[in-house]
Design a protein around this ligand. Structure first.
Ligand SMILES: Cc1c2[nH]c(c1CCC(=O)O)Cc1[nH]c(c(CCC(=O)O)c1C)Cc1[nH]c(c(CCC(=O)O)c1C)Cc1[nH]c(c(C)c1CCC(=O)O)C2
Length: 369
């Protein structure tokens, strides 16, 4: 029997009998509200975590990061551990997300890039030709020893709290690589996608291999779930997504399927793509605030949990307004089989951290069963 044939229950975190002998998992996380919701099982309360929960909204984060460049911090396991744990301690969220960035695996295979404060990832020599593809070599666990080390420290500290691993999806990574940095319109990316479809397909396929390998490292080191961030894929129409992106994203999900850990798929402005993003192979589909959760569930179809979807800007409103908008999300999600409460995108840097703590308490209180 191949690992692919293993029923989900057996290949999952409970038994530690996944395809890898290195799978380090605990029964404690298996019964967490977060993993139960991912598996669409009954939960004691709706689990909550926030994309970008570790970051500039926390004074303790700003202090820990003082004088350390973003990319350097991602390669320092003690610091990564501290920063990852900060929002868990402060907000009592139901899951931790590994502190890193989507460009870390690219840096690890030798792509010259930096994360510029207030800008984002900037690539020294963008990938634009077939010859450039040769720079995208395979990623091995030896390229990212600091990831394995940080996951080891984190899972030991976290106990029953699940740790989410993540990676950037091929389209979103390709956009940074081709444009050379953040882009509003993704014009060079789309020019390659439409004008040189074979080069584009090969680029995305390379990125799928790198991303799959990077997620495997995280799962082998103890990730309880993984999220694939396709943040900018909402720039595409469904037909283009299906033809030019979905095969690569599906390849990533297939690569980690044998482990049986829940796979979350998220993008911004993806209302028209939700069905296809589920089809790509996710167990949980992230929904941003533009689509109500019940409508999101209809678009995603049966058999998948949903994650979302409070507008992160709502947190700047008075508490009563935050609670009213949160109530709307919970009501829209009340018929769902599996709901993980999150924001529709990452925590904005100037968010009052106390508003986040109150939000976690509110969701837990309102959904206690
Ligand atoms: C598109 C994307 C990136 N990085 C990421 C995405 C996908 C998620 C999304 O859509 O928001 C993923 C990411 N980046 C970071 C995390 C940490 C884990 C978490 O708490 O969610 C995660 C999950 C840390 C970070 N990554 C970055 C920061 C800010 C840098 C800092 O604190 O100095 C953090 C905390 C840098 C970064 N890196 C990137 C951007 C756009 C930026 C912000 C640039 C800026 O405004 O300064 C690329």
């Amino acid at each position: 029997m191949s690992a692919n044939d293993l029923p989900r229950e057996h290949s999952s975190v409970r038994s530690g009998e996944g395809p890898s002998t290195g799978l380090r998992t605990t029964p404690a996380t298996h019964d967490s509200a977060f993993l139960k919701a991912c598996r669409r099982e009954p939960v004691p309360h709706t689990p909550v975590w926030f994309m970008r929960q570790a970051g500039r909204s926390l004074p303790e984060y700003l202090k820990a990061r003082e004088g350390v460049a973003m990319l350097d911090s991602c390669m320092m396991p003690e610091l990564v551990t501290e920063i990852t744990l900060q929002p868990v301690r402060r907000h009592k969220v139901d899951a931790a997300i590994y502190f890193s960035d989507i460009v870390v695996p690219l840096k690890a295979i030798g792509i010259d890039l930096d994360i510029k404060p207030g800008v984002g990832p900037v690539i020294a020599e963008p990938i634009r030709t077939r010859a450039d593809l040769a720079r995208l070599r395979d990623l091995t666990p030896e390229d990212v020893p600091y990831v394995t080390e940080a996951f080891g420290m984190l899972t030991a500290e976290l106990g029953a709290t699940p740790l989410i691993g993540f990676a950037g999806a091929p389209f979103t990574l390709a956009s940074y690589l081709v444009e050379g940095g953040p882009s509003r319109n993704h014009e060079r990316t789309k020019a390659m996608m439409y004008g040189e479809p074979e080069l584009w397909a090969d680029l995305l396929d390379r990125l799928a291999d790198i991303t799959g390998a990077f997620l495997k490292v995280q799962i082998e080191a103890g990730a309880s779930a993984v999220q694939l961030f396709d943040s900018w894929v909402g720039a595409l129409a469904p037909a283009d997504y299906r033809r030019s992106v979905m095969p690569a994203s599906a390849k990533v999900f297939d690569a980690v399927a044998p482990y049986g850990v829940p796979r979350i798929h998220f993008g911004v402005g993806t209302g028209e793509l939700l069905g296809l993003m589920g089809e790509a192979g996710a167990d949980v589909v992230g929904v941003d605030w533009r689509v109500p959760m019940d409508e999101g569930a209809r678009r995603v179809g049966p058999g998948k949990a949903l994650q979302g979807n409070l507008d992160p800007a709502v947190l700047f409103a008075p508490t009563e307004a935050v609670e009213a908008k949160t109530r709307e999300v919970l009501d829209a999600a009340s018929g769902l089989e599996g709901h993980i409460f999150n924001l529709g995108h990452g925590v904005l840097p100037t968010t009052d951290p106390d508003a986040l703590t109150r939000l976690v308490e509110y969701v837990h209180r309102q959904t206690a069963r």
